[in-house]
Design a protein around this ligand. Structure first.
Ligand code: HEM
Length: 172
């Protein structure tokens, strides 16, 4: 959420588009689910800042062929989400922050956006987290316009996290 806020504060035109989409009343879960552009911004911020930059390793239970590679039984496998999210084979201009790329969900290749993992260990909190971010961001941006005056530094440890930064709020 703090990553998304920084991205929004750094891109005034994106913030403007989010605010234009906000309806007069935001009360039910449905009101928040319908904020299509805001959801694109949240998804793009989770692509651009993959908090879980590497999905915890798995051990191959049996020998398997994967994309032309022979994987012996017992091999440790890791998914580097960061490389995936910035792959030029999967994304056009991956270093640009472009929420619009999520407007056409069908154009996103399966398995190329994995902030919540995939398969049997897919994050149980995925739906909750996406809705929580929409509720928080929409409620804040309904009342305030946010801005930043500094670059954000990212703490790159077990998880990615923003280092403390100052966010300026102006009442609309
Ligand atoms: C932005 C917020 C979140 C991110 C980026 C995130 C990311 C992830 C990822 C990548 C995994 C897969 C790990 C793997 O494959 O080994 C995972 C698993 C999991 N997450 Fe989240 N998560 C978030 C929020 C939450 C929340 C809010 C909850 C609970 C309410 C939650 C509960 C879980 C659980 C229980 C698993 C384990 C699922 C399993 O192993 O079957 N997560 N999460």
């Amino acid at each position: 959420m703090t990553f998304a806020l920084h991205a929004i504060a750094s891109h005034p035109t994106i913030q403007d588009s989010i605010q234009k989409e906000l309806p007069h009343s935001l009360s039910s879960a449905q009101d928040f689910e319908q904020l299509q552009y805001l959801h694109c911004v949240i998804k793009e911020s989770m692509r651009y800042y993959p908090i879980v930059h590497s999905i915890p390793s798995r051990i191959a239970a049996k020998e398997e062929e994967l994309n032309g590679y022979q994987i012996p039984q017992g091999t440790m496998l890791m998914c580097n989400t960061y490389s995936l999210h910035f792959s030029t084979e999967l994304w056009d201009t991956p270093y640009s922050f472009l929420p619009e790329r999520f407007l056409e969900e069908k154009s996103i290749k399966a398995g190329s956006w994995l902030p919540f993992g995939l398969g049997s260990h897919l994050c149980l909190g995925k739906g909750f987290s996406l809705l929580e971010q929409a509720v928080f961001l929409a409620s804040l941006l309904k009342e305030y316009t946010v801005s930043v005056r500094e670059e954000m530094e990212v703490c790159k440890e077990f998880l990615f996290a923003p280092k403390p930064y100052t966010l300026y709020l102006k009442k609309k």
